[in-house]
Structures are given as structure tokens and as C-alpha cells.
Design a protein around this ligand. Structure first.
Ligand code: F6P
Length: 365
């Protein structure tokens, strides 16, 4: 039986999906059931809280989902309940603040606390709801690994593995054609994914947002390799990387979305410039959402399970307004107010950067 006063919780997944979301949901539901706490799954992120779209989750709902990618609850990275886009019959677009409805809805439904799985945007909304009295525990997810307060988010390890395998495959294409292949990976404004997959995949040049590069130096590094008999080169570039004094490449701006800026395309721009500069056959490959899909790695399944169990621990102890975290290999938690609106970037003295430099990987600086 539960030692806490909480008898019913809600759980939702906000923001972009990532591998391991289902593993967290499973851990939360299994722990809750054993403690005599009911769990309600809220559909499509915070939207389900205003539209009352939800269903009770029992053990049968979370059976066989440990290995499944995506989220059984659905997600949304464009619906902020405090600034919710609604289209009238005429097609006219308006924003409504429907955040006020959420505490009332939860009370009416008997949901006493919420477990919110999400990234920076979701933690910001969670913090706002928490200030309105909603009891919340956050769980950090994102392939980008850019959330402050935790050493790692779940989903990141899987994305690194998929990106690494893709780079492995592109080596043979580059070798066969004596080409330069520029592999672009997601990661938003942080270079964790590019750095970790780039080094694991034997990338020759790694370009990340934290280290604005000089195109001239990237070109020189490729020609230098050719002089040494290396006819192909692999460049791994983060979507947020940019030349010194230059700008990030934006694929699209959607003023109506919470995530207004969609990055993407820097690899194509760099490929054109490098080919023109060096005369070497160059291709750009954008991995995009591929790294977000499919089965989580064993590491991510275990991290997700640890996070889910720890989140329930906080719920049962009545410790709300916090996000669970991994710190120095131990479960910990940080206040939600510490997380929102910040980006955890790769420090320039990160061990992987230093190791990469030691073995001759170029960063274009
Ligand atoms: O935050 C995760 C992420 O995959 C980023 O790496 C990327 O910039 C963004 O989401 C893509 O968002 P969307 O799924 O809306 O295209």
C-alpha cells in the first residue's frame, strides 16, 4: 500500500519523441501499481490536459513496451497550454491561455500529481503549472542531451548509437568514391550528439555549435589528408554548428509554433563551399529524425527505468516541483525552476574533445 497521500497520478510525454519514453511509462506504472497508486495516461502531451483526453493505465497497457520506440501516449512539441493555438471556423488563428484550466481539470478528475516526461520546453511548462499549485515531478528526455541538472537524458545514448552506425556505413561509401561525406545530426544548440557519434564513428572532422569553425581550416584539413594518401574524409556536423562570425542554418521558421526555429541544412551549405574550394567530390547526408526512432539501447532502457522508479519515489515522498536527474552515476533531483530556458552545452575541456584532439581529429578552429 502507498505510504503517501497520493492515490492517483497522471503521466504525460511532451516535446519531440525519443527512445525510452515507453520504458519510463512502464517503470512508473509498474511501481505505482505495486504501491497501490492509480495512473492516468494523458494523451498528446499537455494538450490532453486541456482537452481531457486520457485513459487509465494498468499493467496490461505497459506490457511489452520496454523495447518500443516513440510513446504510447502520443506527444506534441507545439502545444503550450499557456499559449495554445486555436483555429476558428473561418480559419483565423488565435492564441488562448488555457493553463488556468489545468489545476481545475486535475482536481475534478481526482488526479493529485503529474509525472511529466519532457525536455526544456516541457520542464518550463511544468514549472509554470507547479507555481499554480500542481504537484509535478519531471523526467528529463531528449536525444540532444542538453538539459541542465542531469549528466545525461534518456534517448541520447540510442541516438548516438544510430548516428554512429550510420557513420560506419558512410565510411565505405566515401572510401569507394574517394569522397568527402558530411554527416549532419540533430542536437539543436548543443553538440553532444555530433561529438559522441563523430568520435565513436571515426569521424575525421567534427563540427559543433560550441566551437564555431573556419571553412578554410576544414578545407585545409581535407587536402592535408589527401596529401597523406587518405582520399576520403568523414565530416560529422551538428545541425547547430556554424562558421566563425556566421549564422546557424535555419530550415524553417514557424511563428505559430512553440519551437519557432527548425534548424537544418548546414551540411549542404558546407558541402557546396568545400567542393568549390577543394574540388573534391563532396556529399551531404542529413540523418534527421532517423536517430529518434526505434528501440532504445540497453543503457537507455536502464536509465529510463531508474528515472521512472525515482520519479515515483519522489511522488510517494511528496517531493514535488523537481526533475529527476543522473548525477555522478547516482539518482538525484533538481528543482524544476533550475531547468527551464537553459541549454547544457559541451564544455570545451570535455574529455571527448581532448581525446579527439589527441588523436588528430580536426574541429576546424
Ligand atoms: O529536441 C529534439 C530534436 O530532435 C532536435 O534535435 C531537433 O532540432 C528537433 O527536435 C526537431 O524537431 P521536430 O521533430 O519538430 O522536427
Amino acid at each position: 500500500m502507498s505510504t503517501s497521500k497520493v492515490k492517483c497520478i497522471g503521466i504525460l510525454t511532451g516535446g519531440g519523441d525519443c527512445p525510452g519514453l515507453n520504458a519510463v511509462i512502464r517503470a512508473v506504472v509498474k511501481t505505482a501499481v505495486l504501491k497501490g497508486v492509480d495512473v492516468v495516461g494523458i494523451q498528446d502531451g499537455f494538450l490532453g490536459l486541456v482537452e481531457n483526453s486520457m485513459k487509465v493505465l494498468g499493467p496490461e497497457d505497459v506490457s511489452n513496451i520496454l523495447t518500443r520506440g516513440g510513446t504510447i501516449l502520443g506527444s506534441s512539441n507545439k502545444d503550450n497550454p499557456f499559449h495554445l493555438l486555436e483555429r476558428g471556423k473561418s480559419g483565423k488563428v488565435r492564441f488562448h491561455d488555457r493553463g488556468e484550466e489545468i489545476p481545475k481539470n486535475l482536481k475534478r478528475l481526482g488526479i493529485e500529481a503529474l509525472v511529466v516526461l519532457g525536455g526544456d520546453g516541457s520542464m518550463t511548462v511544468a514549472q509554470k503549472l507547479s507555481r499554480k499549485g500542481v504537484k509535478i515531478v519531471g523526467v528529463p528526455k531528449t536525444i540532444d542531451n542538453d538539459l541542465v541538472g542531469t549528466d545525461q537524458t534518456f534517448g541520447h545514448d540510442t541516438a548516438v548509437s544510430i548516428a554512429t552506425e550510420s557513420i560506419d556505413r558512410l565510411h565505405t561509401v566515401a572510401d569507394s568514391h574517394h569522397r568527402v561525406i558530411i554527416v549532419e545530426v540533430m542536437g539543436r544548440y548543443a553538440g553532444w550528439l555530433a561529438l559522441r557519434a563523430g568520435l565513436a564513428g571515426g569521424g575525421d572532422i567534427i563540427l559543433i555549435p560550441e566551437m564555431p569553425y573556419e571553412e578554410k581550416k576544414v578545407g585545409e584539413a581535407i587536402l592535408e589528408r589527401r596529401k597523406r594518401g587518405k582520399k576520403s574524409s568523414i565530416v560529422v556536423i551538428a545541425e547547430g554548428a556554424h562558421p566563425k562570425g556566421g549564422k546557424m542554418v535555419i530550415d524553417q521558421i514557424n511563428p505559430l509554433s512553440v519551437e519557432r526555429i527548425r534548424l537544418g541544412g548546414i551540411s549542404r551549405q558546407l558541402a557546396h563551399h568545400l567542393e568549390a574550394r577543394s574540388g573534391v567530390d563532396t556529399r551531404a547526408v542529413i540523418l534527421g529524425h532517423v536517430v529518434r526512432g526505434g528501440t532504445p539501447t540497453a543503457f537507455d532502457r536502464n536509465l529510463a527505468t531508474l528515472f521512472g522508479v525515482h520519479a515515483m519515489d519522489l511522488v510517494l515522498k511528496g517531493q514535488f516541483g523537481r526533475m529527476v536527474a543522473l548525477q555522478k552515476n547516482q539518482m538525484a533531483s533538481v528543482p524544476l525552476s533550475f531547468v527551464g530556458g537553459k541549454t547544457r552545452k559541451v564544455p570545451l575541456n570535455d574529455n571527448l574533445i581532448l581525446a579527439a584532439k589527441s588523436i588528430g581529429v580536426e574541429f576546424g578552429v
